[in-house]
Structures are given as structure tokens and as C-alpha cells.
Design a protein around this ligand. Structure first.
Ligand code: SF4
Length: 219
């Protein structure tokens, strides 16, 4: 018997709308209606996928709840799992040093991952795990409602842009998906092993800074 083709988890459906998760006290919430604390409360001690059994800490996200720029990575690594915060350790230091190229500081941005719990031995997240976890990320995005989403690496890029193409081909330009301007680029951790990607990531961050300068906040 032929198996049904499984839908790839993504930010938007084919019609360009974002699925809505049931949040207590809200009926089909609008952008910026639900707080990050409410979403975190729904997550609780999540065991919706097997990663709940192997994590040390659930890594929800951190940063400015009203950020204009939201960064999305792949999933927690070892340090993040131990500390319960995304982008600590070497990848976090690398990201901090890159933010200045876009005129940003760490306190300006919000950072979250596609999945909230560390895959054992830092293996890639499985499609079922992304499917289970992605409603929480969608609600974080809806809560913050940033102007720009920066996708760090393939998993975030493919989730947000609803594509199977890799970041190597997609980076270097901006995309529009619904309300969001999207910038796919390399994950800072990847540049630790691929030093030739670092200047490309730096160029992307300068492009982000130029976009922000060209699109000042409307009061
Ligand atoms: S990865 Fe996401 S869905 Fe899986 S247990 Fe952790 S929070 Fe829940």
C-alpha cells in the first residue's frame, strides 16, 4: 500500500497562514496577543517527543520579547542543554561578535531554536520531533511578531521558508514570507569548522544591518 506523503513541518501552510495552537484564555490569538510566559507555561515539562526523556533542560528561548529581529537556530547543543539557554558557549560567543555587523546587541534580539530539547549526541532533529515541537516556535514568533527572522542553518531555513533547498544556495539575499522578511544564513557553529563560511555570514549580517537602516521603525 502506498504511504501518504507526509507534510513537511513549516512556519506557514501552503496558503501562507500560520497554524494556531490552543493557548488557555485565548481564542485564535492574534500577533503579540499571547505572552512568551504563557507559551512557556503551555510547554511545561513537555514530553511530546522522545527528546523530553533525554534532555537535561528544556531550552525555550531568550531575549527581547519585542525584538525586531528574531534568530532561529536548530536545537540545543551540550552547553545549552546544561544551562537551559540557547546560544551559550562557542556558538553564542560567535553570534555575539557577529551582531555588531548588523548594528545589533544581544539584548535587542530574541533567539530560539526549531526544537527545544537537545538531540542525543547532537544528531539532527528528526521530522517527527520537529512536527511535535514546531507549534511552540510558531507561537513564539506570533508573540514577538518580529520584522525579520534570521534562520541560522538548514533546519531553521527549511522550516521558515518551506523549502527543501539548503542554506548554501539560499543565503546572500532576503525573502518575504507573509509579514516576515527572512534572512537565511549559516549557523555560527558551522563557521567554526568551515572557516571559509565566516566571511559569507559576516556579509549576510551587514546586509541585515543595511535592511534595518533602510526600514526604520514606524512610530
Ligand atoms: S523537543 Fe519539543 S516537543 Fe520534544 S519534548 Fe522537547 S519541547 Fe517537547
Amino acid at each position: 500500500m502506498a504511504r501518504a506523503k507526509r507534510e513537511r513541518p513549516s512556519l506557514m501552510d501552503a496558503e501562507g497562514t500560520m497554524a494556531v495552537m490552543q493557548i488557555p484564555g485565548h481564542d485564535h490569538q492574534k500577533p503579540r496577543e499571547v505572552t512568551l510566559e504563557e507559551i512557556r507555561a503551555v510547554l511545561g515539562d513537555c514530553q511530546l517527543c522522545p527528546l523530553g526523556q533525554t534532555r537535561t533542560n528544556l531550552v525555550f528561548g531568550v531575549g527581547n520579547p519585542h525584538a525586531r529581529v528574531m534568530f532561529i537556530g536548530e536545537g540545543p547543543g551540550r552547553n545549552e542543554d546544561l544551562q537551559g539557554e540557547p546560544f551559550v558557549g562557542a556558538a553564542g560567543q560567535k553570534l555575539n561578535s557577529l551582531l555588531g555587523l548588523a548594528g545589533l546587541r544581544r539584548e535587542d534580539i530574541y533567539i530560539a531554536n526549531v526544537i527545544k530539547c537537545r538531540p542525543p549526541s547532537n544528531r539532527n532533529p528528526q521530522p517527527d520531533e520537529i512536527t511535535a515541537c514546531s507549534p511552540f516556535l510558531r507561537e513564539q514568533i506570533r508573540s514577538i511578531w518580529p520584522d525579520v527572522i534570521v534562520c541560522l542553518g538548514n533546519f531553521a531555513t527549511q522550516f521558515v521558508l518551506r523549502t527543501e533547498m539548503g542554506v548554501t544556495k539560499l543565503r546572500g539575499q532576503l525573502y518575504q514570507t507573509g509579514h516576515f522578511t527572512v534572512m537565511p544564513t549559516f549557523h555560527p557553529a558551522a563557521t567554526i569548522y568551515h572557516s571559509d563560511w565566516l566571511p559569507l555570514l559576516e556579509n549576510d549580517m551587514r546586509m541585515l544591518g543595511q535592511w534595518l537602516a533602510d526600514h526604520p521603525v514606524q512610530e
